[in-house]
Design a protein. Structure first.
Lengths: 265, 448
């Protein structure tokens, strides 16, 4: 079974990039996430798997405080990025999100040109001093996202005119243009066909050399293919977290085993 | 037996080529509904067409007017007795003096051409000229004293009844019962028309001059009303666009969702439904009685209309903001944009067409609003043009819909024609505004 091939690349570092302790999330009175403790390693792809509604996307959105935009959401516990608590009152989420980029489930390019889509982030963060520098960032971001060759002749055409897979890669390029340290991906391939999915997965593997990537996915094959570490969430609890190979071949928790063998979910 | 097969006995039988009774009933219901819908649409169309026909048939006459073309001898002995062309001296000669000159000139022309009609007195002939004409000549002479002593070819307004005769409003039969005009005058008018002295031309005065009294409908125009409406629209635009857009952005994007914002939302929806005359009473109490602003002034009218228009702008603007997909906000926040950057760089441009459309429709409603203006004194008879802005905002002025209301109340039937003409002007302005709304919408949407 080629699909179940498990990423054989070793974890290159044991340095923790993000460490979460006792994270609780409430939506109103609904306790959506309970006591989550996770250490996400630097320059590693970490996959969050679990059935729908298990809290994996919720936890992902905690990592760059996108849950702040949900009026009823309340987060407790600590999440540290490089040792600094991102839920500290002094933290400006805008600065945090420049360091922790995000790619969403549905491709959501801005209704602007391809160039402006990429250039927007660097512009608002003041990363460039000149037009040529900005051009450089746009080009390298699109190259990293493996989109450059397809769009280099039409950077002025609308980003919304691209195909679904191209749009998602455009969103990835947009996210990496701000040069984040962590890239969060919320089911980035759920709206894509297998070919586009393969392209994005290849891309994720390449991005690992520069960023810590966290990916939420419903496809266990995808988790197995791209990640070095996997966390299994169930009913708001983090059930098991460990090396991807170990989770898929030798799960410690019976719930993990039931899920990956298809008995719950 | 599972549930899926439990109803097998109810399975339909028969050929697909023959519709069964139930299908026929459903098809008949659909056909009936289509007929109702078509009928409803037709009723609306017929009503609209009838409205337009009635307005245009009675209103187009206002754009044409009967003019008298005669050489007028500006007699120095009457108009400038001292003979030194001193403007202060000349101011003393009233329109009565000019009427004398004018009547003498007309009489002379008629005598020369041998067009006299038996039984017509000099006064009867003089009455065929508009009472406004002497004032026109007086203004012309005061502006250019060198004309005195010369004989000048002039185009002056004919009396409203003579005008009505050529437009079919006055007939020989009606003239017999009318003490303002006699059949003999009409007979003379026919002769003058045949001689080319009376012509019916496009009436620019209808668009450029001010209102006139009951006695002289021929010179009544919409100039003051158009300027007044324009000034009010400027006030409404300048105030309600920033306030309305800022309020809707705040309420939609920034305000916490709690009991207070719910209360505000309900109140805005209610305010949009408040009868406009209530805003008139508010304006009278607050802007005129309390703040001491002048009556009949475009600034007060503009303020009142702003209050009335604001909720009508905020509601569509909020709807336009709400219609922007949340994924765009997520995308902006995701790359580290602040809330304000995400709103102004991404959400607002996408909502702009909807906001602009709401804005222009709100303005169009304000343009056609009459009731609140009645209460703040804009119904007054205003002849003088308001000054240039900004002082002009505080001068008395009229407004288009109020002018319509005003003219429909006058007794002379010539004003009915003018009121319909004013409605046409109002409709043209509304059409222009709606066209602008559509063009702006197209242009902004084309950007994506």
């Amino acid at each position: 079974m080629n699909d179940m091939r498990i990423a054989e690349r070793d974890v290159e570092t044991n340095e923790s990039k993000i460490s979460a302790r006792k994270v609780q999330v409430y939506y109103g009175t609904n306790h959506a996430l309970k006591d989550v403790d996770v250490d996400i390693l630097d320059k590693t792809v970490t996959a969050f798997i679990g059935p729908s509604g298990c809290g994996k996307s919720t936890f992902l959105r905690c990592l760059n405080r996108m849950n702040d935009t949900v009026a009823s959401a309340r987060v407790e516990g600590t999440i540290k990025l490089d040792g600094e608590n991102i839920y500290d009152a002094k933290v400006d989420p805008v600065q945090l999100r420049a360091k922790v980029g995000m790619v969403f489930q549905k491709p959501n390019p801005f209704p602007k040109s391809i160039y402006d889509n990429i250039a927007y982030g660097p512009k608002i963060h003041g990363l460039t001093r000149s037009k040529s520098e900005l051009d450089g960032i746009v080009e390298t971001s699109l190259k990293k996202a493996a989109l450059w060759n397809e769009v280099k002749d039409r950077l002025d055409s609308p980003g919304t005119g691209l195909s679904g897979g191209q749009q998602q890669r455009l969103c990835i390029a947009r996210a990496i243009a701000t040069q984040p340290e962590v890239l969060l991906m919320d089911e980035p391939c759920s709206a894509l066909d297998p070919i586009a999915t393969a392209q994005v997965e290849e891309l994720i593997d390449e991005l690992r050399s520069q960023f810590s990537v966290v990916i939420v996915t419903h496809s266990m094959q995808q988790a197995a293919r791209v990640s070095q570490r996997t966390a299994f969430f169930h009913l708001g609890n983090l059930v098991e977290y460990g090396e991807t190979g170990q989770i898929f071949t030798n799960p410690k928790d019976p719930r993990t085993e039931s899920y990956i063998t298809g008995r719950i979910g | 037996m599972t549930d899926a097969t439990a109803n097998a006995s109810a399975r339909r039988t028969g050929s697909l080529l023959v519709p069964d009774a139930r299908t026929r009933r459903r098809n008949a219901a659909e056909a009936r509904f289509k007929i109702y819908g078509l009928a409803a649409t037709l009723v609306g169309m017929v009503a609209l067409v009838m409205l337009l026909i009635s307005i245009f048939s009675s209103g187009t006459g206002a754009f044409f007017q009967t003019f008298l073309h005669i050489p007028v001898t500006l007699d120095a002995a009457v108009l400038d007795k001292s003979g030194n062309r001193d403007p202060a001296e000349m101011q003393k000669v009233t329109t009565i003096g000019y009427a004398k000159v004018l009547n003498a000139s007309l009489q002379k022309v008629l005598d020369d051409k041998g067009m006299a009609v038996a039984g017509l007195t000099d006064k009867d002939v003089a009455d065929m000229i508009s009472k406004e004409a002497p004032a026109q000549i007086r203004n012309m002479v005061l502006a250019n004293p060198a004309l005195i002593g010369q004989t000048v070819d002039m185009t002056i307004l004919a009396n409203g009844r003579i005008d009505g005769y050529f437009k079919g409003r006055v007939s020989m039969e009606s003239a017999q019962l009318d003490k303002n005009v006699s059949p003999r005058q009409l007979e003379l008018a026919d002769k003058m028309r045949a001689a080319g002295m009376l012509t019916t031309d496009f009436n620019w005065g209808f668009l450029t001059s001010g209102d006139s009294s009951d006695q002289r409908p021929e010179s009544a125009g919409l100039g003051v009303a158009i300027i007044g409406s324009l000034y009010m629209m400027i006030v409404v635009l300048v105030l309600s666009l920033p306030i309305g857009v800022a309020a809707s952005i705040y309420l939609e994007e920034f305000a916490p969702k709690n009991r207070w914002t719910d209360l505000i939302e309900v109140n805005i929806a209610n305010l949009a439904a408040v009868p406009s005359i209530v805003f008139g009473i508010l304006g009278l109490a607050v802007f005129i009685n309390f703040a001491g602003l002048p009556q009949s002034a475009p600034i007060v009218g503009g303020l009142v209309l702003t209050l009335m228009t604001l909720p009508r702008i905020i509601i569509p603007a909020r709807a336009a903001l709400k219609a922007v997909p949340p994924s765009i906000r997520d995308a902006a926040l995701g790359v580290g944009a602040s809330k304000m950057q995400s709103v102004f760089d991404h959400v607002l441009p996408l909502a702009a067409p909807g906001i602009l459309t709401g804005m222009i429709i709100g303005l169009a409603q304000a343009l056609g609003e009459t009731a609140p203006l009645l209460l703040i004194g804009m119904v007054a008879f205003v002849r003088e043009f308001p000054g240039a802005p900004p002082q002009g905002f505080f001068d008395p002025a009229s407004a288009l819909p109020v002018q319509v209301y005003n003219w429909t109340q006058r007794s002379d039937p010539a004003f009915v024609e003018r009121a319909s003409g004013a409605v046409i002007v109002l409709l043209v302005f509304l059409l222009i505004m709606n066209a602008v709304a559509i063009i702006l919408r197209r242009r902004f949407e084309r950007r994506w």
